[in-house]
Design a protein around this ligand. Structure first.
Ligand SMILES: [Zn+2]
Ligand SMILES: [Zn+2]
Length: 146
């Protein structure tokens, strides 16, 4: 648009007189901010996907081979072959475990009497878990949780 020479120049800069370069800079700034936001959103989504993928992988691992952060060591005794071993179990494991030697689901959790140090497999039908030798109720799983 041509400015007629007799027209007084406005003392304030007209919107159109804002230099094209300046406006472009502003637009670039806005675009850059938007791009940064988009990148942040993509990053967050990516992080979420990674967590999801980890959860999926976790769910696909068979329960037997799983050693989770909530797992803890226990001492077990096989009721069939009397093989005693230390195993790591998690909240998803159900007793008795499968014995590592005879493959029978007969490995029961061993308990330890703190009074006489005897290890024993508690009677699942008993209400209170007490030591079969001294009758003490100061008993706990044979391998303490960390
Ligand atoms: Zn066994
Ligand atoms: Zn005892």
């Amino acid at each position: 648009m041509a400015v007629r020479p007799d027209r007084p120049r406005p003392w304030f800069p007209e919107p159109t007189s804002l230099s094209r370069a300046g406006r472009e800079e502003m637009e670039i700034g806005v675009r850059a901010r938007r791009r940064r936001l988009r990148r942040l959103a993509i990053g967050l989504a990516g992080g979420g996907l990674t967590v999801l993928a980890a959860a999926f992988t976790w769910a696909l691992v068979p329960a037997q081979g799983r050693v989770g952060p909530n797992s803890y060591p226990v001492r077990v005794l096989c009721a069939r072959c009397e093989y005693a071993e230390t195993r790591r179990v998690g909240p998803q494991d159900a007793f008795p475990l499968v014995c590592s030697r005879c493959r029978e689901r007969a490995a029961h959790e061993l308990w330890l009497c703190l009074s006489c140090k005897r290890t024993f497999v508690p009677d699942p039908n008993a209400g209170d878990r007490a030591c079969p030798r001294c009758g003490s109720t100061r008993v706990g799983t044979a391998v303490a949780r960390p």
